[in-house]
Write a protein that binds this ligand. Structure first.
Ligand SMILES: Nc1ncnc2c1ncn2[C@@H]1O[C@H](COP(=O)(O)OP(=O)(O)O)[C@@H](O)[C@H]1O
Ligand SMILES: [Mg+2]
Length: 391
């Protein structure tokens, strides 16, 4: 965009809250996707005086409830371009925004690639789980050996089969125990959409949030142990180990700048192996909302704005996810029960309609015994969820 074309817009419209000057864009940050991750980043941004815009197909998305939104498709270049035109900078809250759509949207909006965090190139690798595996291997980052399913059955079973694009919370991940399992899957799937990889015998799963700015040194949040239940993150607590070096190498391998959640396996023989990288805030970093130092969400905002990063030296903390119980319930009673304690416990709710198994909120606990306190608070929450009382 030329200077001349900016002038008419820049002489009207909103002013920058920091320096009082007229600004070109109505919003500082656009979020592609309006789920709970965008909602919590927007809460952090708004506290800093920043104005945010959301792109989501649901006008009442968790983030759309607290910020202006464009109703549209995160896969549509036209809709992404609307956000790019209205916002100084644009980021995302999930890995399903196609790199090609971002590229086309930049062209359509006449914007520079640097207004996007993370970059189109990084998203092109992350979109495809097979491409991620290739890039980690090329850079010497330990990761399971993976092949396209069309390359034929693996030498040994069990193995893991995964959807290359669009999988989450274990949807799109399968354990294959035999050649017969492999043949059935191969006959069912579209060519070019699945990979097959080594089954990793792990002692535990861990995760590291990496904040990597374009200028300056990267910062890693503490390594956390993540326990999955049915492939969905159930509880997160301090791992008492440090996988930040391997996590950072994975982010560097994909040329990542911004905030990344790196999921790793600690194998039974003591190796640290990268599973996948999420280009956004991550379940394993939710505890930072209450740990007393910068939260992953504010760190995300600072990275997007090119601002200095915050300190990562909070109290030991744990998080228990709240997944939708089998029937709808009473949020007030459940929250009251969770908070009925002298432990340091905090409830976070995302504003999503109840659905069984859906991530509806989480509970953080801090200090010694934080894991136990988070789990106990969740138990109280879920036991009171079905209560008949309305107070
Ligand atoms: N190669 C593997 N070996 C053993 N378990 C795996 C492997 N890959 C994934 N898993 C298990 O499946 C879960 C979901 O897989 P993941 O690749 O993280 O997909 P998603 O996008 O659903 O999070 C992991 O958290 C882990 O528990
Ligand atoms: Mg995962």
């Amino acid at each position: 965009m030329s200077y001349i074309s900016l002038v008419p817009e820049a002489l009207s419209g909103p002013r920058n809250p920091y320096n009082g000057l007229f600004v070109v864009h109505k919003y500082e940050i656009g979020f592609l996707g309006g789920g709970q991750l965008a909602r919590m980043s927007i809460m952090a941004a708004q506290r800093l005086g920043l104005r945010c815009l959301v792109l989501d197909s649901d006008p009442d998305s968790p983030a759309g409830q607290i910020a202006d939104s464009v109703v549209g498709d995160i896969r549509s270049p036209e809709d992404i371009a609307k956000v790019l035109k209205a916002c100084q900078t644009v980021t995302l809250e999930n890995e399903f925004v196609p790199a090609i759509a971002l590229q086309d949207a930049l062209l359509e909006a006449g914007r520079e690639p640097k207004c996007l965090t993370p970059s189109v190139e990084t998203m092109a690798v992350i979109n495809d789980k097979l491409e991620q595996r290739k890039v980690y291997a090329q850079h010497g980052v330990p990761t399971p050996v993976a092949m396209p399913i069309e390359a034929g059955p693996p030498k040994s079973f069990p193995c893991i089969a995964k959807q290359r694009f669009g999988g989450y919370d274990g949807k799109g991940t399968r354990t294959l125990n035999s050649k017969a399992d492999f043949d059935v899957l191969l006959s069912q799937v579209k060519p070019g959409t699945w990979l097959v990889e080594d089954f990793i015998e792990f002692r535990r799963e861990i995760a590291v949030m990496v904040a990597r700015p374009c200028l300056g040194s990267p910062v890693c949040f503490p390594t956390m142990e993540t326990v999955q239940s049915g492939h969905v993150c159930d509880i997160v607590f301090p791992a008492e180990s440090d996988a930040s070096e391997t996590a950072l190498r994975a982010v560097e391998a994909i040329g990542g700048f911004g905030l990344f959640g790196v999921e790793l396996f600690e194998t039974t023989d003591g190796q640290t192996v990268v599973n996948e990288v999420a280009p956004r805030p991550h379940n394993s970093g939710h505890y930072t909302l209450d740990w007393g130092a910068v939260s992953q969400f504010e760190q995300h905002v600072r990275l997007v704005m090119g601002w200095p990063l915050g300190p990562v030296n909070g109290r030991p903390s744990a998080m228990a996810n709240i997944l939708g119980p089998v029937s709808d319930g009473n949020l007030y009673m459940a929250t009251k029960a969770a908070l009925s304690t002298s432990d340091d416990v905090f409830v976070h709710w995302y504003g999503k309609p109840w659905r069984p198994g859906r991530k509806l909120g989480h509970i953080n606990a801090t200090g010694t015994e934080c894991r136990h306190h988070a789990e106990a608070a969740r138990l109280r929450f879920l036991s009171s969820w079905s209560s008949a009382s309305t107070l």
